[in-house]
Design a protein around this ligand. Structure first.
Ligand SMILES: [Zn+2]
Length: 76
């Protein structure tokens, strides 16, 4: 799977490191195949994906809680 391993700071205590897997959004080309009009191609952007792999080992928040908080703060 493409993507990269990234560490984010815990958004609760700011000291812990949260292990995440980050898959950036990419443009993909789709061939429609059927179209005799236009070029028969379209592009679309996939959404960015963050997979939270661990909770915080400093304040003890679970991966789920950390994910919620990071999303609420629009960090991920
Ligand atoms: Zn923490």
């Amino acid at each position: 799977m493409r993507g990269e391993y990234t560490q984010l700071a815990c958004s609760f205590c700011d000291k812990g490191k949260i292990e995440t897997w980050h898959i950036p959004s990419v443009w993909i080309e789709k061939r429609t195949g059927k179209s005799s009009l236009g070029k028969g191609k379209s592009v679309k952007k996939t959404s960015e994906i963050w997979i939270i792999k661990s909770g915080c080992n400093i304040c003890g928040k679970s991966a789920e809680e950390v994910e919620k908080e990071l999303k609420r703060k629009q960090i991920i």
